[in-house]
Design a protein around this ligand. Structure first.
Ligand code: GTP
Ligand code: MG
Length: 179
């Protein structure tokens, strides 16, 4: 029996792993809106999300979680705010191997904190060799004055990593909104 039903949004940089995270978790076939990527300047990957991805996860306690993936490209930002309506919270995924991950993190966080009160951050692609090490996120956390956003290092291809983000988001909502 399903007692609760939640909606959770995946947002963040192009190629960070939003579609992959939903595929890793979903117990039903994912509705995907991927199309050939024409924005190869932003990312060289073959396909990119151009609408909304949808998947579903049933937690051990029977809670049904609707998983909604946003397109990473900024030209689709009109979809971002719509998708967040009625959501329990937003998971922002940032690809550590992009040119300037902190700039991307600030950009997505600044946008999504205006449409979502509950935000968790997941940094992906740590296995890819980059110019930065993970201390940039510790420094970034120290620079955050008002709100502290929980930040995790994950691999979007690993179900247990993505589950950790879902659990953290739900736990945060329990504290914030007594759900
Ligand atoms: N090496 C590595 N690859 C990852 C990781 N997380 C996800 N990927 C891969 O990154 C690629 C891009 O992932 P997607 O899920 O398509 O990215 P997206 O966030 O949906 O991107 P857009 O729809 O274009 O905004 C896929 O091939 C994933 O398997 C990670 O931590 N490490
Ligand atoms: Mg996608």
């Amino acid at each position: 029996m399903i007692l609760h039903q939640y909606k959770i949004v995946f947002a963040g940089t192009m190629g960070a792993g939003k579609s992959e995270a939903i595929k890793s978790l979903s117990s039903v076939g994912v509705v995907s809106t991927e199309a050939i990527n024409t924005d190869t300047q932003s990312h060289t990957k073959m396909f990119t999300t151009v609408g909304i991805d949808y998947g579903e996860l049933i937690l051990d306690d029977g809670t049904k979680v609707g998983l909604y993936g946003t397109p990473g490209q900024e030209r689709f930002d009109f979809i971002w705010s719509e998708i967040c309506k009625g959501a329990l919270g937003t998971i922002i995924l940032i690809d550590h191997s992009t040119e300037n991950p902190i700039k991307e993190l600030d950009f997505y966080l600044n946008y999504f904190k205006t449409v979502s009160e509950n935000i968790i951050i997941g940094i992906t692609h740590l296995d890819v060799k980059t110019a930065y090490n993970t201390s940039i996120y510790r420094d970034w956390e120290k620079s955050q004055i008002d709100t502290k956003y929980p930040l995790f290092f994950i691999d979007a291809r690993e179900k247990n990593d993505v589950l950790l983000l879902i659990e953290a988001l739900i736990a945060n909502a329990e504290v914030q909104f007594s759900i």
